[in-house]
Design a protein around this ligand. Structure first.
Ligand code: URA
Length: 423
């Protein structure tokens, strides 16, 4: 077998055999297939697609490139979630301890911010002392103590994906449904969860801009999960405007703690509770403690505190705050008709909440607090949002990102997506 033969097969629009897929994924992981050959193959896949059999084979080959985690020693069932990424999407933070409080075990491997989208690990690292890197034994210990763990994937988990994802990031080959689906599902299946709920985001702030694309990605991932024996459900949810009222690392932790204390913005609460029900149902754990009750009676907050402490964090420590703030005010009176997720995410990124280069640190305090959401009445001159940055020099480029990203009219835009589009 050689790499050119595999590349030419896909370049010419033909189906890759199981042997070709197994060989090329393994040879790439071992460094036998070069980056330039894999990037040519990734582009051929992006342009010509893969059928269901090929995607399943590709996913299995990526899982086999590393180790598969095993939680069978836990006394209960595992269930997890994955979001395809968005702006202000902090749902994992309240959701993992909430599901733990209702009887599930949540072994969540998370990632860092990518472009204008935030990352769960960056958010949690704003808590003083909190550690993202745990050994498999360390993960098991936190799961046993708190019922939920949120940490970084170790090097042994789907190493083929780690290498391929970095290559796709710099070769214009991220936006391929077969490659995205196999990338996400290889990690989630290798993570060893028994059940999985996928939150596939749709809109300007998401990878999938249209409902049709999101539906195809969701269906592909659900099939991959089912093939691997993981009970998998997908929701399509709105990412045409930011989720909640905060965008940025420490700001989003504060909002998540508000949700765990029984408050928080309505959209974050609705999605957190809905996802908790789905995760429990997918694991066959419905009928236990009700998630709404666990938010009200403090048991979800207790699980959060146990989880943070077990990972070295101090849940009572003050969170980092940015030194400088700037208010953006409403240009007229009326209704906030639009608040574009991509524009707000880009502005938060430029304020320092995300990275410019992959080795850069993030600013924990940077980001945006929203004072109105689409559909809310506003008065001319009223604050619409507060920008937070460590350095006031960042405001100019953030304001440029917000140009055209919000509008005041008579009513909310008619094409605003419902929060939950489909299941
Ligand atoms: N997230 C992933 O893990 N992989 C992709 O390909 C895209 C988003």
């Amino acid at each position: 077998m050689d790499a050119i033969d595999v590349i030419v097969t896909k370049r010419d629009g033909r189906e890759l055999s199981a042997e070709q897929i197994d060989w090329v994924v393994d040879a790439y992981t071992r460094g036998v297939v070069a980056d330039e050959q894999m990037s040519a193959l990734a582009m051929a896949i992006l342009l010509n697609g893969m059928n269901r059999r090929e995607i399943a084979g590709w996913t299995q080959a990526m899982i086999r490139s590393g180790t598969r985690m095993d939680w069978s020693s836990l006394p209960g069932r595992t269930t997890d979630k994955h979001s395809t990424g968005g702006v202000g999407d902090k749902i994992t933070l309240p959701l993992a301890p909430l599901v733990a409080a209702c009887g599930g075990y949540v072994p969540q491997l998370s990632g860092r911010g990518l472009g204008h989208t935030g990352g769960t690990l960056d958010k949690l690292e704003s808590i003083p002392g909190w550690r993202a890197y745990l050994s498999p034994e360390g993960m098991l210990g936190v799961l046993g103590e708190a019922g939920a763990v949120i940490c970084a994937a170790g090097d042994g988990l789907a190493p083929a994906d780690k290498k391929l994802y970095a290559l796709r990031d710099v070769t214009g080959t991220v936006e391929s449904i077969p490659l995205i689906a196999s990338s996400i599902m290889s990690k989630k299946i290798a993570e060893g969860t028994g059940a999985l709920v996928l939150d596939v985001k749709v809109g300007s702030g998401a990878f999938m801009k249209t409902v049709e694309q999101a539906r195809e990605l969701a269906a592909t991932m659900v099939e991959l999960g089912a093939d691997a024996g993981v009970s998998t459900v997908a929701l399509l949810t709105a990412m045409d405007r930011p989720l909640g009222l905060t965008v940025g690392n420490a700001l989003e932790v504060t909002e998540s703690v508000e949700v765990l204390a029984g408050g928080g913005p309505a959209d974050v609460v609705e999605l957190t509770v809905l996802m908790a029900h789905e995760m429990l149902r997918a694991a066959g754990l419905s009928g236990g403690k009700d998630p709404e009750r666990a938010l009200k009676d403090g048991s979800a907050m207790d699980a959060w505190r146990r989880m943070i402490v077990a990972q070295g964090g101090d849940p009572d420590a003050p969170l980092p705050r940015a030194a400088e703030t700037l208010e953006v005010t409403a240009p007229a009176s009326g209704v906030l008709s639009r608040l574009d997720a991509y524009g707000v995410g880009l502005a938060a990124w430029r304020l320092g909440a995300g990275r410019e280069r992959k080795e850069d640190p993030v600013s924990f305090g940077a980001g945006i607090t929203l004072h109105a959401k689409p559909g809310d009445p506003v008065r001319e001159g009223q604050p619409l949002m507060t920008l937070h940055a460590d350095d006031a020099g960042r405001f100019e480029r953030a304001l440029a990102a917000l140009e055209g990203a919000y509008a005041v009219g008579e009513t909310a835009d008619a094409d605003l997506l419902p929060l939950v589009i489909d299941r």
